[in-house]
Design a protein around this ligand. Structure first.
Ligand code: GTP
Ligand code: NA
Ligand code: MG
Length: 316
């Protein structure tokens, strides 16, 4: 691809973290408070990837990671999809096994990280230590006492090598509640700052390249796949090949099941018209014609997976 065609595109933000630390709840909150969502009014159809327009006008594409499937396959592909990772850590639970795994994944992929310390509405999420108690007593008497205690979760993050900004590193951390929305505007600001530091570009012209987020058989529509476009602009009628299946896109929807006409880079889109279910994490390439797609798939089916570029092991 010619680098001359690169244009700024919304960053793709992958939300990661230990089980039940509040990733999906945070995404629900973000969707509800987004301008787009207010316009549509109501709860959206969840496809694991969606676009949010912030009050400042900027767009971000968010990916949920249930069970890490999406991110593991992304790592295998050199983190081709994720521009920024949000690590969600429940403040009352702290850094757990999967939190550490996520830190390692993000590191090895070289993806910039923003930490969201969640559930700060819960008692126990905020540190209640003796010094903290003394501090609150002190601040009753003298409200401006400087106070620099490092909180427990931040300590644990430092221990697994996350260099938080507030302690001299370069990783931003924000305390939030995905239930009350507290701190979420600050998290959005942190993401925009990170996006500015790491200018993300895509080429809206030329053949489409996309990544499959998930797929399922819809009763009415047949096999459908939500994909995030990397390059090119996806339109109805495009022929896509993913792994060992292909499809001619006959309808496209956003995450609210609103029909879409075109999907430029970073856009999540539900595609209809697949022959079979593509696998999440698979790359999608545009073919010139249905017969070209058919022969690409036949070729892949008759070639050992490693040679044809079809992923053998979803987890590595
Ligand atoms: P997995 O996808 O299974 O890894 O979980 P998850 O990280 O998506 O967590 P999920 O959003 O499903 O939240 C798990 C539980 O924590 C739910 O009962 C949420 O209501 C609750 N929860 C999430 N965020 C908060 C929060 O900020 N405050 C409180 N009090 N509860 C929260
Ligand atoms: Na959960
Ligand atoms: Mg979840």
């Amino acid at each position: 691809r010619s680098t001359l065609c690169l244009k700024p595109r919304p960053p793709v933000v992958t939300v990661m973290g230990h089980v039940d630390h509040g990733k999906t709840t945070l995404l629900d909150w973000l969707r509800k408070t987004s301008v787009a969502e207010r316009e549509a009014g109501g709860i959206t159809q969840h496809i694991g990837a969606f676009s949010v327009q912030l009050s400042t006008g900027e767009r971000l594409t968010f990916l949920d990671t249930p069970g890490h499937a999406a991110f593991s396959s992304m790592r295998a592909r050199g983190a081709s999809l994720t521009d920024i990772a949000v690590l969600v850590v429940a403040g009352d639970d702290g850094v757990m096994v999967q939190t550490r795994e996520c830190v390692d994944l993000v590191r090895s992929a070289g993806v910039p990280l923003v930490v969201a310390i969640n559930k700060c509405d819960k008692p126990g999420a905020e540190p209640v230590s003796l010094p903290a108690l003394l501090h609150s007593l002190g601040s009753l008497l003298q409200p401006c006492v400087p106070y620099n205690e490092k909180e427990r979760v931040e300590e644990e993050l430092l221990q697994c090598g996350v260099q938080l900004e507030r302690f001299g590193g370069d990783v931003q951390s924000v305390r939030i509640s995905a239930v009350t929305g507290r701190g979420v505007p600050q998290l959005e600001e942190a993401l925009l700052a990170e996006a500015e530091l790491n200018a993300v570009m895509g080429d809206p012209s030329g053949p489409v390249e996309a990544v499959v987020i998930e797929s399922h058989v819809d009763r009415g529509l047949g096999p459908v796949a939500s994909v995030v476009v990397r390059h090119g602009t996806l339109e109805c009628g495009a022929v896509l090949v993913a792994g060992r299946t292909w499809g001619k896109v006959r309808a496209m929807f956003d995450e609210r099941r609103k029909p879409m006409r075109e999907a430029p880079p970073s856009t999540p889109v539900l595609t209809v018209g697949w022959r079979d279910l593509p696998t999440s994490g698979d790359n999608c390439l545009q073919a010139d014609s249905e017969s070209a797609a058919r022969s690409m798939v036949q070729h892949r089916a008759s070639t050992p997976a490693r040679l044809s570029g079809v992923r053998e092991n979803r987890e590595s």
